[in-house]
Design a protein around this ligand. Structure first.
Ligand SMILES: [Zn+2]
Length: 359
């Protein structure tokens, strides 16, 4: 009787152990290997990014064959918490699918990081938006065999770039860097994937976004890993940035967050282009700040205040303590964008807006 009981107990223990192990394995992901730095960071005047010192490494693993690449902290004043914009790599027997390509200056190092875990051919690349920390090594990875996907607006922004902030025309594009497979955002079906790839046991959706960080944004969903790369309309290092010259919009960023609330489950890992990994509930405080600042700047506009007066009012003060990477430049840029948007916001033409100059 005693023996049978012990055996039965053993049996129960063994049966219970199997699902617990499976649970433990599934719960391993995401694995953060190197978290972005917290700062604060300061750089002397005239400081130039020492690209030769910047390392590109695997910073997060989202599944056994879905890795994230990011740069070193403390060296790149554009992104001191971790240089460049996150890139993602899905790999396996069907080849490599990449999300974004990091800065041009570190292209070889990005490839070397990929070659540290896979020898599979580079096949597909999708750009989440036009910025150089996300598309800088496009031409390099196209030469490795990648077909580049993006919104049509991103292609247009590359082919016919907006004038620079100083009013000077931008240089001509490198045609090898320009996406060749394009799709459009449809306002009647937000959240609908434009392209789906079935590769390496994963289903990958390219979901075009409304004009938000730029007019050519795409988020990338990995269904099995339960991960969405949400690029730069959300950030938790520095104040929000809508690149309005490339068709971005602060109000569009609000819409983008609301769409993520619908697309993501409570446990879906959201991967911003910069800052720490988050879940959808983490976006709510950021959303609240956008709504609040939009309302305050609109009130100041209604009272006929100038941009200079609005900037002097220091409207972001309540958020400075909780905003990592808070700098004067980052908050002035944010308030200027909100002011321009509620004052006199030019329409999107060919993926771009002709924004007013602020001398
Ligand atoms: Zn970025």
């Amino acid at each position: 009787m005693m023996r049978t009981g012990a055996l039965m107990l053993l049996g129960v223990a063994a049966m219970a152990a199997v699902p617990a192990m499976v649970r433990a394995q599934a719960a391993q992901y995401p694995i953060t290997i190197v978290a972005p730095g917290k700062g604060p960071y300061t750089f002397p005047e005239g400081y130039q990014t020492p690209w030769d010192k910047i390392q590109i490494s695997v910073t997060e693993k989202m599944s056994p064959n879905l890795f994230v690449l990011h740069g070193s902290q403390g060296l790149d004043p554009a992104h001191p918490d971790a240089s460049g914009g996150r890139a993602m790599v899905l790999f396996g027997p069907d080849g490599v699918l990449m999300v974004d390509t990091q800065n041009r200056q570190v292209a070889e190092k990005t490839l070397k990081a990929i070659r540290s875990f896979t020898n599979a051919p580079i096949k597909v690349l999708v750009n989440t938006h036009i910025h150089g920390d996300h598309t800088g090594a496009n031409a390099f990875f196209a030469s490795q065999g990648a077909v580049i996907f993006s919104q049509e607006n991103l292609r247009n922004e590359m082919l016919r770039p907006p004038r620079r902030a100083n009013g000077q025309p931008a240089p001509a594009p490198d045609m090898a860097a320009v996406p060749t497979a394009t799709y459009n955002y449809s306002a009647s079906a937000p959240g609908q994937p434009a392209v789906s790839f079935y590769m390496n046991g994963e289903t990958v959706d390219f979901i075009p976004m409304m004009p938000s960080h730029t007019a050519g944004d795409t988020i990338v969903r990995f269904r099995n890993a339960n991960v969405i790369y949400i690029e730069d309309f959300y950030r938790n290092f520095g104040y929000p940035f809508a690149d309005q010259a490339n068709g971005g919009s602060i109000r569009g960023m609000l819409e983008a967050i609301d769409l993520i609330e619908k697309l993501a489950g409570p446990d879906t890992t959201l991967i911003p282009g910069h800052g720490t990994l988050v879940k959808k509930n983490d976006l709510l405080a950021y959303r609240g700040m956008l709504v609040d600042i939009l309302a305050r700047v609109t009130r100041w506009r209604d009272q006929g205040k100038s941009l200079k007066e609005v900037l002097a009012a220091n409207l972001t003060a309540p958020y400075d303590k909780t905003t990592q990477g808070d700098t004067q430049q980052s908050k002035d840029r944010f308030i200027t964008e909100v002011y321009d948007e509620v004052k006199d916001f030019p329409p999107i033409v060919d993926g771009k807006r002709t924004m007013p100059m602020h001398p």
